[in-house]
Ligand binder design. Sequence first.
Ligand SMILES: O=C[C@H](O)COP(=O)(O)O
Length: 254
Amino acid sequence: MRKPILAGNWKMFKTVSQALSYVEHLDGLLADIPNQSQADVVICAPATALYAVHNQAQGTPIQLGAQNVHQAEEGAYTGETSAIMLKDAGAKYVIIGHSERRQYFGETDESVNAKVQQALKHGLLPIVCVGEDLDQRNQGVTNTLVESQVRAAFNAVSADDVARSVVAYEPIWAIGTGMTATAQDANAVCTHIRSVLSDMYGQDKANLVRIQYGGSVKPDNIAELMAQSDIDGALVGGASLDPGTFASLVRNAL
Ligand SMILES: O=C[C@H](O)COP(=O)(O)O
């Protein structure tokens, strides 16, 4: 049985003071959800707020993730953040290869793979994002594309490391648009992702990997998504920005 993982991706929102007040508020709301400990609740904060959120979240069920990592150990990479730094700031997870990073910052399957390896090397758990755009979906190449993204992301990664990783299936056309894949369509792609992982690492390891769906997930559609066989959680953008909405989403997910 895979533990559900509900991760909020704040993207480029929230100052440190806004982040701290959010965490305090969310902690109080989670306390009212009796079975909340059955899920991992993660906030992927901007780099500037990581350390402060880490401190604020001590002793709460809220776990911390980052939104990006550089693939190098350290060096002259102005503006970048290493896995060592993220770990030091308190991050447990890191989102890698989000479609916004691929689209606006030139990330490729190769850089995603390097980042996955670097994150795992330093004990960060990657949340690896894959997904098709609307043209690709209309052309019927979703499974082919997602398969190549998954194979590339985990190239040369050990089976044990893959089992600790999270994959987020995020159809690009559903991100921030209010358009959600149907739960059945989303699950079909997540099942395909698991079959690819099974082909790469064997069924037992593939069954340990948690696969999230992302793309306009809200409190009112999370339950149906979570009821699917291969969806183990959600990567949530807009609906994670308000603690009340995110807490409702966690409640409805369970
Ligand atoms: O990382 C989160 C995704 O990009 C989904 O964003 P959204 O929930 O605002 O559609």
